[in-house]
Each structure stands twice: as structure tokens, then as C-alpha cells.
Design a protein around this ligand. Structure first.
Ligand SMILES: NC(=O)c1ccc[n+]([C@@H]2O[C@H](COP(=O)([O-])OP(=O)(O)OC[C@H]3O[C@@H](n4cnc5c(N)ncnc54)[C@H](O)[C@@H]3O)[C@@H](O)[C@H]2O)c1
Length: 445
């Protein structure tokens, strides 16, 4: 009744029949679920499809820019995380996406906004030693930040003291046989006594340094994603049956001799480096260094060049072991440092022979020392030492071709530079004369 009172229209009011209830008309596509009906209604699906097509078009047409340095770092950090979780057993499988890794230089963590990274962060193990300290000089001069890790077994603070106060230089007294964590981009792994007098002094420590020390540094490289360079040696060729020595030659090494702690230690270090490269995707570089000489060598380390020079300066007879016809090739230290840096920055794993192919017999070397220091210096023959290789000469074709490297400084040019350094040190070190005997049990290394 009430509804009739307020109805103003002229058409008859719809009658709701008996109970006043009119059933709703059946919905279109009622058999579809409610969300689907919503999507299909009012051309919503069409709009979604058009939107997707437009987005795809934009991505396809955008020019592909090379990844920026920052994004490469990000990618690498991410990949490193994946790799770490894989190594920790997360996900079960072993990470194997090395090919996807972008080329990168900085890996030692993300740089916070507003901080500018200068150069690379580089650790040099054995950086207070002879070769290491020259390498540190070059890296710092290039603008990199360098951390020297050394236990001072054969190295000296004096070799790097001129960098004290340089904010880019740090020195850590540490034995590489113990693990160490540092955030760095590159690791030059030199820590190991190199002269027979030193490495035979404690052979167990020498092989530990080569094996455990190298394992620790490779572990660090894996953990922080750093590139790792191993300074191996021509001693891996032992007493070679092939001459000159090419990198493909596997060597002729006595595994149980008095020099084996060094020779076999370095061979194992190479094996470890390659296994970390193949199995854990660490970027490794391997240098096989041939006899190197120059300023800052230990005066009485028993290596043939330092021996002859120190003896001639002290007016002592130069001791030649055996008949003096065994050969060595001598490389000036700056040539070696250049080779190491090219190897580290290049794309080739190696191993690479780094040495000067100029070959000298011990008697010829003694003659050059006589010419440089003292024409009347005497030569004294002694019985040769055990396992002293007869010949040594690098074939450096591979380094020439792939690294664009070859030595520049001849023995006659380099020797005077070493002599002036030795002269200063010997004249300022009166205690060194009693240490001269240390060289008496040495060979031609
Ligand atoms: N100089 C060469 O003719 C020659 C030839 C072949 C290979 N190499 C290699 O080059 C590298 C450097 O040789 P080098 O001539 O400068 O020798 P070096 O003895 O002058 O330097 C080695 C440095 O390593 C440090 N060291 C040794 N054991 C260590 C340890 N456990 N933990 C931390 N530091 C340690 C020493 O204190 C020293 O500073 C060595 O690995 C050596 O085997 C050198």
C-alpha cells in the first residue's frame, strides 16, 4: 500500500506477484568463476594484453648498453654469494656458472655511496722480501692500495720502510701458514723463502708455507673473489731433460731430495692453484720465475749472483761449485716485476716462464762480476751441492706472445745497479763478514 502512495508514474507499477519477490535475471557466463568474470568484463583483459605488448616493445627496442662497472660488481657479489651458499651445501648442487661472470676489477665489497675508490686493493704476501718489495713499489706508484703480509723470515722492514706514512700502504706481520681474512681485489702470493740456504734451513716449514700457506691464500681469494697470482719457480723443472724449458715440459724432479721441500712444494702449490681455478672458479695466474737478481737481495742468501758480488766486494775468492759449467739465466728484478703485473692484469692463467733467456755458465758469470767489481777477484772451486740442476734457460715464447713481455735489461746493465746497492750495505754492515760463511753450502740457484 505504501508503495502505491508514493508512486508517481503513469505506468502500472510492477507487480511482484504473489509474494512480492522477483528472481534476479541469470548472470551472463555464470559458469565462469567470479575473478575470471571480472577480468573478462569491461574489456579489462584487452587492456592488460595491450599493456604487456607495449612493455615488451620497449624492452626489445631499447639499445643494449654494456654493463656499468657498478653493476658488474653487483653481479659479481651476487654470484659470489650464490657460490658461497653452494659451497656451504645450500641448494645441494655445486655452483658452475663461471662463464656468466662479468669481467671485473673491484671485488672487495661494495663501495658506500659518496666514497670514491682509488685504485685496487692488493695484498702482497712476502712483500717485505727481495722481489715483493720491488713489486710493492710499482703497485703503489700506480696508485693502488697495498697490504704487505710477511713474517720477516727472510724479508726485512727496511725493504718497505720508505712507504711508512703512505696512507695507501699497510704492513701486517703474519705467517701465511695461518688463515687471514682481508677484503682485497688481487693477491700476489710470494711468501716463501727462495734461496737454498733459507729453504733448506727448515724444510718442513718450507713445504708447509708452500702447501698450507698457498691453500690459505687460495681460500681467501675464493672467499672475497680476488684474483690470485702464484710465484712458482723454474725449480719445478728440476734437473731438466729438455732445453730450453717450455711450460709444457713436466720436469725431472727428485721428490725425496734436500731441495724437494721447495721444488715439490711449488709443484703442489701450482696443483692447488689449478684445482681452485677449475673446481672453485678462482681466477688464478701462475708465473714460473727463473733466477732473478737486483738491489735488496739478501747479501748472504747463497744465490749465485749475490754470492759472487758479495765475495768480490769483500775481496774474498768467488766460490764456484762443481766445474762451473752449469748454466743459469739471470733476470733483472724490474723485468720480473713488469712480467708479474702483466700476467696479473692479463686474461691468461699460465703457467708462464718469466726469465731472461741469456744463458751464462757460472764461470762466465764470475767473469762479468770481475769486470764489474774487481778484475783481480780470484775464483775458488768447491764440490757441487746435491741435486744442483745442470742447465736452466727459459723459453719465453708464450710470455712474448700472450703477455707482450720480454726482459729488457741485460746482465751487464743490471749488475752494476745491484753492485752499488750491495756496496752501500756491505760497507755499512760490518757484522756481515761473519755471515759470509752461510753461502759456503750453496749452489747455483
Ligand atoms: N728471486 C728468484 O730468483 C726467484 C726465483 C724463482 C721463484 N721465486 C719466488 O718468488 C718469491 C719471492 O722470492 P724472493 O726472491 O723475493 O725471496 P725472499 O726470500 O726475498 O722473499 C720471500 C718473502 O716471503 C716471506 N715469507 C717466507 N715465509 C713466509 C711465511 N710463512 N709467511 C709470511 N711470509 C713469509 C719472507 O719473510 C720474505 O719477505 C718466492 O715465492 C720465490 O719462491 C724467486
Amino acid at each position: 500500500m505504501g508503495s502505491e502512495l508514493i508512486y508517481r508514474g503513469h505506468e502500472p507499477q510492477p507487480h511482484d506477484g504473489d509474494g512480492g519477490y522477483l528472481p534476479k535475471p541469470p548472470k551472463r557466463c555464470g559458469w565462469l568463476s567470479r575473478p575470471l568474470r571480472y577480468l573478462l568484463g569491461e574489456q579489462r583483459l584487452l587492456f592488460v594484453l595491450v599493456g604487456m605488448a607495449l612493455a615488451s616493445l620497449v624492452f626489445v627496442l631499447l639499445p643494449r648498453a654494456p654493463p656499468a662497472a657498478g653493476s658488474a660488481v653487483g653481479a659479481h657479489v651476487m654470484v659470489d654469494l650464490v657460490r658461497r651458499s653452494a659451497a656451504a651445501g645450500v641448494g645441494g648442487g655445486y655452483y658452475n656458472h663461471r662463464e656468466a661472470l662479468p669481467a671485473r676489477r673491484f671485488v672487495g665489497g661494495k663501495v658506500p655511496l659518496g666514497l670514491k675508490r682509488k685504485g685496487l686493493r692488493i695484498v702482497v704476501t712476502g712483500g717485505a722480501g727481495f722481489v715483493g718489495s720491488h713489486l710493492v713499489d710499482r703497485l703503489l706508484a700506480r696508485g693502488d692500495s697495498v697490504i704487505v703480509v710477511d713474517n720477516f723470515f727472510t724479508g726485512k722492514k727496511e725493504n718497505v720502510m720508505h712507504h711508512f706514512g703512505n696512507p695507501n700502504f699497510e704492513l701486517i706481520r703474519h705467517d701465511v701458514v695461518e688463515p687471514l681474512l682481508l677484503e682485497v681485489d688481487q693477491i700476489y702470493h710470494l711468501a716463501c723463502p727462495a734461496s737454498p740456504v733459507h729453504y733448506k734451513f727448515n724444510p718442513i716449514k718450507t713445504i708447509k708455507t708452500n702447501v698450507v700457506g698457498t691453500l690459505n691464500m687460495l681460500g681467501l681469494a675464493k672467499r672475497v673473489g680476488a684474483r690470485f697470482l702464484l710465484t712458482s719457480t723454474s725449480e719445478v723443472y728440476g734437473d731438466p731433460l729438455q732445453h730450453p724449458q717450455v711450460e709444457t715440459y713436466w720436469g725431472n724432479v727428485n721428490p725425496i731430495g734436500v731441495r724437494s721441500c721447495y721444488d715439490e712444494g711449488k709443484r703442489t702449490a701450482e696443483t692447488l692453484a689449478m684445482d681452485y681455478h677449475r673446481g672453485a672458479h678462482v681466477e688464478v695466474r701462475i708465473a714460473r720465475i727463473f733466477n732473478t737478481y737486483g738491489p735488496r737481495m739478501c747479501i748472504d742468501d747463497g744465490r749465485v749472483v749475490s754470492n759472487f758480488v758479495a765475495q768480490a766486494l769483500r775481496k774474498e775468492p768467488m766460490t764456484v761449485y762443481g766445474d762451473g759449467k752449469q748454466t743459469r739465466s739471470f733476470q733483472y728484478v724490474s723485468d720480473l716485476v713488469e712480467g708479474l703485473m702483466r700476467l696479473m692484469e692479463g686474461e691468461h692463467v699460465g703457467p708462464f716462464n718469466l726469465g731472461n733467456p741469456g744463458e751464462f755458465t757460472m764461470l762466465e758469470l764470475a767473469k762479468v762480476v770481475q769486470e764489474t767489481i774487481e778484475p783481480n777477484a780470484r775464483i775458488e772451486f768447491r764440490p757441487n751441492t746435491e741435486d744442483d740442476p745442470h742447465k736452466r734457460k727459459p723459453d719465453i715464447t708464450k710470455a712474448k706472445e700472450l703477455l707482450g713481455w720480454e726482459p729488457k735489461i741485460s746482465l751487464r746493465q743490471g749488475l752494476p745497479l745491484m753492485v752499488s746497492d750491495f756496496r752501500k750495505r756491505i760497507s755499512g754492515d760490518h757484522s756481515s763478514s761473519d755471515a759470509a760463511t752461510a753461502g759456503s753450502s750453496t749452489g747455483t740457484s
